[in-house]
Design a protein around this ligand. Structure first.
Ligand SMILES: [Zn+2]
Length: 350
């Protein structure tokens, strides 16, 4: 059942240099004297200390200070069970796992959640769902939207480049996700939420107009990814952000000998699916060329055999989810594209 009437959007949004040092100010502005903090295990010390100092400066007590190294559902529930009752808000700081765990704990505890990503490797920092594992299998679960989104562009600009490229790959998926959504409308009568599709489309173009990896580029990428998460919230489904390209990435996560970062898999799959959809291939290919995405993939090639297996497996990952892969057997076209497309052929083992 689609829910288009109750839409939650972040109340506080700060996307700027040195925003991390002001997290305490933002929390106190909304009257949160005691917070539970979830950090990525291995987060570099200056960031950990920066966050700690920003809370101390505003006399905010961290009633829990947890390092997150697992995004297993069971461990996340344990965090919730151990959550001190005095916490009035949850803060997640770091990469995908810590943010998803923090978001889900906040969702279970019905507390406002402040997301403080230190890299932009995917659109999860401001989306209404989380990716956790249950019995070792990756699952997308519904969760609330963050109350606050704090992106320190200086911090994210200094994150490992591969993480930022992963975020760009996840962003490119919006082209193919929206195309799949329209196919689902024409072939299966699935209703397209016009405003969510428009928002998703507009989101991509914010970054596409200036695809640089400097502070301003990071600001645009964060904005684009955030709007995309909001598009999901607007229509009550992941359709504006996730289509056949995500199914391929999920399949790879299941059986690849060495799964790569979400957005790296999703980005290459998005370009591949755009060829089948016969839409937006040039825009995606050029974006990847300008940002160095193709070069990064080519320096650590994907396995052709694994990808063919993933494309075959993809439709079964989410039954009744119509995409370009539902139309007919697309394997011959995929084989051809991987071997002969000007960009793809450099990204796959022979
Ligand atoms: Zn994604």
């Amino acid at each position: 059942m689609m829910n288009s009437t109750r839409v939650a959007i972040p109340t506080l949004v700060r996307i700027k240099p040195d925003a991390l040092a002001r997290v305490g100010v933002y929390l106190s502005r909304f009257d949160h004297p005691r917070v539970a903090v979830f950090l990525s295990e291995g987060l570099i010390e200056p960031l950990v200390e920066g966050l700690r100092a920003s809370l101390e400066a505003m006399s905010i007590e961290a009633v829990a200070w947890r390092m997150v190294d697992s995004h297993a559902f069971e461990d996340t529930v344990a965090h919730f069970v151990q959550l001190p009752r005095t916490a009035t808000a949850i803060v997640g700081c770091g990469g995908g796992k810590a943010l998803d765990v923090a978001k889900y704990v906040a969702f279970m505890a019905n507390l406002p959640y402040f997301a403080v990503p230190t890299s932009l490797s995917n659109d999860g920092f401001c989306s209404p769902q989380v990716s956790l594992t249950i019995d070792g299998k990756r699952r997308s679960l519904a969760a609330g939207m963050p109350f606050g989104v704090v992106v320190d562009t200086r911090v994210c600009a200094h994150a490992p480049p591969l993480l930022t490229l992963s975020g760009i790959g996840d962003l490119a998926a919006k082209f193919t996700a929206v195309s799949d959504w329209k196919l689902a409308f024409y072939h299966a009568g699935e209703v397209v939420d016009d405003f969510a599709a428009l928002l998703s489309d507009g989101a991509v173009h914010a970054f596409l107009g200036r695809p640089e990896l400097d502070h301003e580029g990071i600001r645009l990428l964060a904005t684009s990814l955030m709007f995309n998460g909001i598009a999901m919230e607007v229509c009550g489904s992941s359709r504006p952000a996730s289509g056949s390209e995500h199914l391929i990435s999920h399949a790879l996560d299941e059986f690849s000998a060495r799964p790569r970062l979400h957005g790296l898999q999703v980005g290459v799959a998005a370009y591949l699916m755009s060829l089948l959809q016969q839409q937006n291939s040039q825009a995606i290919g050029r974006l990847f060329e300008q940002t160095g995405f193709w070069d990064a993939i080519a320096s650590d090639r994907f396995s052709t055999a694994e990808w063919l297996q993933a494309v075959r497996r993809a439709p079964a990952i989410k039954p009744n989810f119509y995409t370009v892969l539902s139309t007919r057997d697309r394997i011959p076209e995929v084989v051809e594209a991987l071997a002969s497309d000007r960009w793809l052929k450099a990204c796959f083992t022979a």
